[in-house]
Design a binder for this molecule. Structure first.
Ligand code: KIV
Ligand code: NA
Length: 275
């Protein structure tokens, strides 16, 4: 399994880091077997798996439940788990307790928190307690209400300068990587060049040190809205839908199950049964 030190080395060597989200055992297995280096158990699971229309309703218990399954499916991959909405904005000692419980219950390798400002002391506190922390800047889905929706961030010179400053603060506080979501690619280049820790981009251009995508988006699995920055590398939705329709048709038509799917009793037992 790669470590935070390996990720620093990869960045220094110009080797791209591949990250994807996963929320269950089979997805984690697919990711690990394909050579993904970091798996994110994202709170995006609220939308793509649980059917909520934002990440806000997701709880620590939800995150733990899914992260445990992912850990079982990807024993040799660095796993990052999102701290969900509301779980790291209270008293910092409470946050530390929550974070420790999440680490111990899931076997995760790191936790991720969104934003800077009041979150900087959280990054410092968790890191000093021995918990690797991934920061997350740009579009912050947990703050979509405050940001006024899911929009590109850091487009003006002022916003860009603020984001760069926040990225440096995250690094100084001990973050082991920073996710940059939905920002102009030129800003990604500047931030990536200004940090020693790797940047992982999503909707942030090619200049990030690594890339992350949401499993259900990149494999086109589900009926949710897929953002412009996503490439769909497979069409699982189409396969699943065709498979379901085929099943319904076959049962209705009486062509499934076929004899090869049957279990058979010996003639002798059958004779005894009829007496
Ligand atoms: O929850 C998630 O999937 C994320 C990624 C978009 C980075 O935080
Ligand atoms: Na997230």
């Amino acid at each position: 399994m790669k470590t935070t030190t390996d990720f620093l080395k990869m960045k220094a060597a110009g080797e791209k880091i591949v990250m994807v989200t996963a929320y269950d055992y089979p997805a984690a297995k697919f990711a690990e077997e394909a050579g993904v280096e970091m798996i994110l158990v994202g709170d995006s699971l609220g939308m793509v798996v649980l059917g909520y229309d934002s990440t806000m309703p997701v709880t620590v218990a939800d995150m733990v439940h899914h992260a445990k399954a992912v850990r079982r499916g990807a024993k040799d991959t660095f796993i990052v788990v999102d701290m969900p909405f509301g779980s790291y904005h209270g008293d910092v000692n409470e946050t530390l307790k929550t974070a420790i419980a999440m680490m111990q219950q899931t076997g995760a390798d790191a936790l991720k928190v969104e934003g800077a400002g009041e979150v900087i002391p959280v990054i410092r506190k968790l890191t000093s307690a021995g918990i690797p922390v991934v920061a997350h800047l740009g579009l912050l889905p947990q703050s979509a209400g405050v940001l006024g929706g899911y929009k590109v961030q850091g487009k003006t010179a002022e916003q860009a300068a603020t984001l760069l400053e926040e990225a440096k603060q995250c690094e100084a506080a001990g973050a082991c990587a920073v996710v940059l979501e939905c920002i102009p690619h030129q800003l990604t280049e500047i931030v990536s060049a200004s940090l020693v820790i790797p940047t992982i981009g999503i909707g942030a251009g090619i200049e990030a040190d690594g890339q992350v995508l949401v499993y259900h988006d990149m494999l086109s699995y589900g009926s949710h809205h897929v953002p412009k920055f996503v490439q769909q590398f497979a069409d699982m939705g189409k396969e699943a839908s065709a498979g379901m329709m085929g099943y319904v048709e076959a049962v209705k038509a009486g062509t499934f199950p076929a004899p090869k799917h049957f279990f058979t009793m010996k003639e002798e037992a059958l004779d005894q049964l009829y007496g």
